[in-house]
Design a protein around this ligand. Structure first.
Ligand code: GLU
Length: 468
């Protein structure tokens, strides 16, 4: 029986998490979900100088918002120090690792000599047990601990994204696995964790490809088979730079606050490194059902904020009316609007969503549904001149008893225009200004229907009085 699939997301809690970072959570999450496996969150916080609890909170918040639920964790590497130390002690005892007493000055000397000979700088193995039989450990020097990398032969793996990768062992130094103060190093902790957490598939950014052969050698030394590796190409900016804070990448939660739907962000990020035929818009469920490592792309995706907006709009169009309305509410409230002072948000959202890409923009555009607009007198006067004023006055009177439906309202608008020898759009524009305070609204008959007779009549009366 094959063991259950176990994947992990292993972020370092430094800085804030942006879309490029969280994409490395999306694929292992989807892979675990697809196969009924286990998705683990592991916080790699051994860089104590740069790790912060705010960054941890931002990671947890981003995952929660995007619905990337984990089954185990978060584990924190700083809480596993005893375990790493125990493994190091065991490796020393079994001759898989050794103490190296080279000083930084000696290392620098070695480096310089190798460079002068045109060689690649690398540790020369002088403290390997087989080379150091005659060496007496110098006093007063705290040693580092190095992994005894195999000599000769090579390391190879079939990367699920990049295909077969092979590295000669002679290219690999004896990796430092513990610093002079005894703290374990990053590459080592990752192996112990992936081993202890029984990770079957490591799906991560390809900035870790160089670490992989070293990690595989440690796995094997510990008597374990390495997991399957899938290295995801980096996300680039439209200009082809690595997506980063410096290049304007915003934090994941900023997209939540800017009115993006989590399902749209998941969809967009998934497409940024993976494809299922030509499907551009899909639900989270479809993504999980369709996800396969073979669909991962080996070329880097480019972040495109216009496309993200488009994907967001497509998801807004697909949401049931009530649900979209429910999601709009907090944005209306944030805009200072009283949701109870106007129509139900669902139908308002349905009316607006054809031309609007985010919930923030939607709340902006919905302003006149929940607050009385106060267009400037001069602006009003421009729109409500000559026959248009009479047409609006007629409509104001007619609206008192009109059967309040979109069709009858539309017919009344056209008839009132006709009686004044005007084109319907002239009257409709004037109506927009007077009732909504803006010339830009969806179909005015639909807007008036939603606003309701009382509100429309009150605003018409106030507006007409204002231009008198
Ligand atoms: N902590 C690493 C990072 O944030 C990821 C390590 C891994 O996935 O193996 O880049």
């Amino acid at each position: 029986m094959t063991p259950p699939i176990r994947t992990r997301f292993a972020p370092s809690p430094t800085g804030y998490i942006h879309l490029g970072n969280i994409r490395s959570a999306l694929f292992p999450w989807a892979f675990a979900r697809k196969h009924g496996g286990v998705f683990i969150l592991r916080i790699e916080d051994t860089d104590t100088e740069r790790s912060t609890s705010e960054a941890v909170d931002a990671i947890l918040g981003a995952m929660e918002w995007l619905g990337l639920d984990c089954d185990e964790g978060p584990y924190f590497q700083m809480e596993r120090m005893d375990r790493y130390r125990a493994v190091i002690a065991d490796m020393l005892a079994r001759g898989l690792a050794y103490r190296c007493y080279m000083t930084p000055a000696e290392l620098e000397q070695l480096r310089a000599a190798q460079m002068a000979r045109g060689e690649k700088p690398r540790y020369d193995g002088r403290w390997r047990p087989e080379n150091a039989v005659d060496n007496t450990p110098p006093s007063g020097i705290a040693p580092v601990i190095r992994f005894r990398n195999p000599v000769g032969g090579g390391v190879a793996w079939d990367d699920a994204v990049k295909g077969r990768i092979e590295i000669a062992n002679d290219e690999l130094d004896d990796l430092v696995i513990a610093r002079p103060d005894g703290t374990p190093t990053y590459n080592f902790c990752v192996v112990v964790d992936d081993l202890d957490m029984k990770i079957t598939h490591v799906i991560r950014g390809d900035d870790h490809v160089n670490n992989t052969p070293r990690q595989i050698n440690i796995f094997r030394a510990l008597g374990a088979d390495p997991p399957v590796y899938a290295h995801l190409p980096t996300v680039l900016t439209p200009e082809g730079e690595k997506l980063s804070k410096r290049h304007g990448a915003r934090s994941v939660l900023q997209y939540r606050d800017d009115g993006y739907l989590p399902e749209a962000v998941v969809n967009y990020l998934a497409r940024l490194g993976w494809a299922h035929g030509n499907d551009e818009i899909f639900s989270r469920e479809q993504f999980v059902a369709w996800f396969d490592l073979s669909g991962l792309s080996s070329s880097p995706g480019r972040f495109d904020s216009d496309k993200l907006k488009w994907v967001n709009q497509e998801h807004m169009k697909r949401l049931p009316e009530d649900e979209l309305g429910r999601r709009l509410v907090p944005f209306l409230e944030r805009a200072g609007l009283d949701v109870n002072a106007g129509p139900a948000p669902g139908p308002v959202a349905t009316l607006l969503r054809d031309r609007i890409a985010t919930l923030t923009e939607m709340a902006d555009a919905a302003h006149y549904f929940y607050a009385t607009p106060h267009p400037a007198r001069e602006t009003l006067a421009e729109y409500v001149a000559d026959g248009r004023r009479q047409a609006l006055a007629d409509l104001a009177a007619e609206f008192a008893t009109l059967d309040w439906r979109r069709e009858t309202i539309g017919t009344a608008l056209k008839a009132a225009a006709g009686r004044q020898g005007l084109k319907p759009p002239q009257v409709m524009m004037a109506m927009r200004m007077l009732v909504c305070g803006t010339p830009q609204t969806p179909a005015i008959d639909a807007v008036l229907t939603l606003l309701g007779r009382e509100t429309v009549r009150a605003r018409l009366a106030a507006g007409l009085e204002n231009v008198d």
